[in-house]
Ligand binder design. Sequence first.
Ligand code: ATP
Ligand code: MG
Length: 342
Amino acid sequence: MRIVSGIQPTGNLHLGNYLGAIRNWVRMQDDLEPGSECLFFLADLHAISMPHSPAELRRATLEMVAALVACGIDPNRSVLFNQAQVPAHAELQWLLNGTARMGWLNRMTQFKDKSGKNREGASVALFTYPVLQAADVLLYQATHVPVGEDQKQHLELARDIAQKFNNDFCSEDAPVFTLPEAFIPPAAARIMSLRDGTKKMSKSDPSEMSRIELADDADTIMKKIKKAKTDPGSLPSEMAGLEGRPEALNLVSIYAVLADEKPEAVLARFAGQGFGVFKPALGEVLVETLSPISQRFRELVEDREALDAILAKGALRAREIGIPTLDATYNALGLVRARERG
Ligand code: ATP
Ligand code: MG
């Protein structure tokens, strides 16, 4: 199995990002069978398809590496890198642009959603984004690609591109590309805002009190949980008792996810107790889980040298894995190159 997965670099990472996204990667890495391999990359080349601030992108990329490593991605076991340091992604995208069809890309719903009413003003990169995504996985002969519902269409496209390329340019017994399988990761937790249980926790919420950030220390976490919005009721013994109480449901769910229990089990323990009891208990579980992560994160995010070294090592390994496929692609297309590449 070779699993390849990308994530857009974002800064100000919070509990929702950890439980909803990063933790799944860590589990994927930890559950791998011997002989299998995970490649995780920061999709910084994808980030330029939308208006962006270069300084922000640089900061977010480095923060994301620090966060991933702090959360348990091990650069010695997984290949962790950013696209910008592996030129083969952009090269392969260009080569695959010859195979991808306008009609296929015109059907992509993400482009329609993201360009909205301003199709004429959208970047060309936003339109060809799915071809870069195809290159991202085909370059490494990925066998499995974890995708959410929203990315299924793009993986289908990657398979179509691979299939057409193999048909058009390869003999049947020597296809260049592996057709990657989608796999849907187990339903990830969806964490809601601490200020409003009907809105998801997000980094763009103007209130810092609405989210636990990966960089928060123990005191800050405790303070945020104590101030979290709740209702005057006490905790029910059954899940049905949380209906119409989104804030209470959110806090119970967070506890359950962190303690790796069913929410029913959490309720069984705290039934009849008020939030004066439940909140400190939740705060403690949070601190216990997040303290080692946030400490490591704060150290690492300041250590540019260490971050550069992690990315350089990942990029080197990614290039090693990707180059034979890139070479085979050039070759299949009849593009003449010297045997040795500098
Ligand atoms: P923004 O407000 O800018 O959309 P965000 O906080 O939603 O930011 P993203 O960068 O959009 O964060 O998401 C990064 C990853 O974290 C995605 O995989 C997303 O599904 C996941 N994620 C974000 N917020 C939550 C949340 N509240 N609960 C669970 N997963 C989340
Ligand atoms: Mg978001």
